[in-house]
Structures are given as structure tokens and as C-alpha cells.
Design a binder for this molecule. Sequence first.
Ligand code: DOR
Ligand code: ZN
Ligand code: ZN
Length: 421
Amino acid sequence: MKLLIKNGTLVLKNGEKKADVLIENGKIVKIADCINEDCRTLDASGKHVLPGLIDMHVHLREPGYEGKEDIESGSKASVAGGFTQVCCMPNTNPVCDNAVVVTYIKHRQGEVALCKINPIGAITRGQEGKAMAEIGKMKAAGAVAISDDGKSVADSNIMRLAMEYAHGFGLKCLCHCEDINLVDGGVVNEGYNSTLTGLKGSLRAAEDIMIARDIALSESLDIPVHICHVSTYSGVEIIRSAKKRGVKVTAETCPHYFILNDDIITSFDTNTKVNPPVREEKDRKAIIEGLKDGTLDCIVTDHAPHSAKDKQVEYNFAAFGMSGIETSFPLSYTKLVKTGILSLSELMNKMSANPAKILGLEGGELKKGEVADITIVSLGEKYKIDSKNFLSKGKNTPFNGFEVYGKVNYTIVDGDIKYGE
Ligand code: DOR
Ligand code: ZN
Ligand code: ZN
């Protein structure tokens, strides 16, 4: 099976280049100025050819919360968003804390056969923070990392043991950083706007303390660690200074943290409720600086679909999270590349190459011999985000009505067109 992509602009690690791409048996076999082959051909004139997007932090909700999302709807949404590969967090029901659930997710991925789905196993059994999960068995079944995302591991000694144990199996801990006692029921950032609205605030320190703790563990043990969804200016600074000392820390942020600030909560729209919360303008600016100087390695979505009934309640009772997989690329392109903050190659490194490197996944780069996971986009195409068009069951976005550039035309996984046409 061959596929030829003609006349597109390829986005490579260090720049862009016009070239044709020939795919055979799921692999990129040739990249050259002009390739002619008698096979299925996609005309990518005027379009950009990207390494398939990789999202290392999504919530697909299956098993257990299929009313919010399931592996089929989440996969359809992922390929519509340009993602060829996603990694799903374990806060399902049952929790993905054993090999059976990991195997189930991989099996469902095979049935749905759209994007690649890499399960992330829990750090602790039932994500209860008390006893370690079956890390070795989950790795053998296909887990690519461990995380108690949705919660922090409060007990520092359990976190230490998990980091050591996981490292022995070649897995990284992905840390959701939140001191739950300090959060104390807060639902938004603690500051002027929490006072104004009367919504209970949560201090930056609740996130920063755990970022600092997990970095301290990583440094003391000399074991790599990855910090999830950084939202504070001070967290960026802690990570930056740790990297300067040579600590093996990597970190991610999400579009809502570099696009929004907490003025949005004055609408009381529950689609603005997310954990960690959207913070103040100085945090947003610092996150952009962190993306620019490499302190923040990846852009993830933290795709957290919820049903209407989970969101159409008073702010205090609404679920935390945003449905983000279908808006991440156009928002990031519009807000970071069109504005000159990052080049398109730099954006692709954050949305494909770096996540692949951090988790040891295939893909991430357009080169001969690499797996043919490819996304083709029209960067000039402008449209308004409308959650009614989402394929995800979760319509919970704060970005409705935002004008964005960058339409996904095709998503190709292992050389097969999974979205487009
Ligand atoms: O906003 C969030 N939603 N933050 C989390 O940590 C969990 C996630 C979810 O699972 O809904
Ligand atoms: Zn989280
Ligand atoms: Zn998450």
C-alpha cells in the first residue's frame, strides 16, 4: 500500500521545506523535491505537512464514564484535531491501575482503529495515594507512563517509591501538582477575581509546593520527572531554575494557560472551571516565556470532556475540565505562531517531537524510515470555534466563538487516512 503526498510544505525540526512524501507499508520511504508514483496521491498544494500531533495528556473516560466520552468518540475527536497519537490518563472507573484495564484500552483502540492510544497507568491503587499500583505488569501490558492525574500523590514517601520503582521499568511519573489541603475546596485562582466573584480561591502555592517537591525528589534520586499542566509564573520559575542545575525535569502546559487569564471567571461560565485554575495575566505571560525559552517542553490539551449535566450547575458544583482536543492545534497556531512567539517548527516540537521523546514513542518527525503518522493542514483557513461541531461528547469549551486559523485537512496514521476526504 502506497500513498504519495505531493506539493506540500513540510515542517521539519529546524524549518520548512517544499517536498513530496512517499509512504509505503505505514512508513515514510522517501522525501524528495519531486516524486512521481502511480499510487493514491493527495495534493497538498498550499498546505502544510506536519509530523502527526501527539497529545501526551488526555482523558478518554472509558471505562466507566462513557456518558462524558468513550474511546470511539475520543478517537474521532483526536483525529479531527490532527492527533495521530494520544496518551490517556487513568482516572476512569475502574481506575487504570492494573494490566487488565491497560489491555482493555489497547483492545478498544484496536477495535476503533483511528489514532494510537497509549494508556497511562495509575501510580497508586485506585488513585487513593496509599499503595503502589502494579507498575511492572501495566508496563508489560502497554502502559507508557504512570500518573495519578486528577489527584496528586500526597504522601512524599509513596511518590519516592513510585518514582524509583517506575524508573526500574523505564517509565516516567507524570505529576499532577496540587497540595489538596492547601487547595481546601478552592475552585478558581485566589486573587482579585476570586474576591470579586465570591468564588473560593486556590493559591499558586498549592501547585508550586508540589512542583518543588517532585523536582526535589527527582534531583535527590536522579530520576527524570515530568510536571503536568503548569499554570503559575512561579512554577515556570521553579522548573527553569531546576533545568539550569541539570535536573531531569520536563514540563507541559495547555492552551488555556497561555491564552486565557482569570478575568474569564467573572462570567461565571462553568466552562472556565479547570484544575489547576486559569490564573492571572502575569502567569499567562510567564507561561509564554517558558514556552519560548524551552522551560516548557510540550503543549498538551488535558482534554477533559464532561457532559452538559456536569457543567450546567452552579460554579462550585461544576466538574473541572475543558474539552480541548479539537481546538488545540488551531488555537496554538493562531496564538503562538501567527503572533511570532514561536516558529511553526518550534510549535511542532512541542506538539509532537518532544512528547514522543519524553515518553519514548514512535513518530514526532518527518523523516525517511519513520512511521507515517502525518497531519496535513491549511494554515490560511480562518473559522470560528463552535462546540456544536465537536466530535467529542464533551462540548465544554471556553473558546466558543474564538476566531482561529489552521484547519486540519487530513490525519494519517501508519500510512492510512483516518480523517479527511
Ligand atoms: O480540570 C481537570 N479535569 N483537571 C484534572 O486534573 C482532571 C481533569 C478531569 O479528569 O476531568
Ligand atoms: Zn491534572
Ligand atoms: Zn488531566
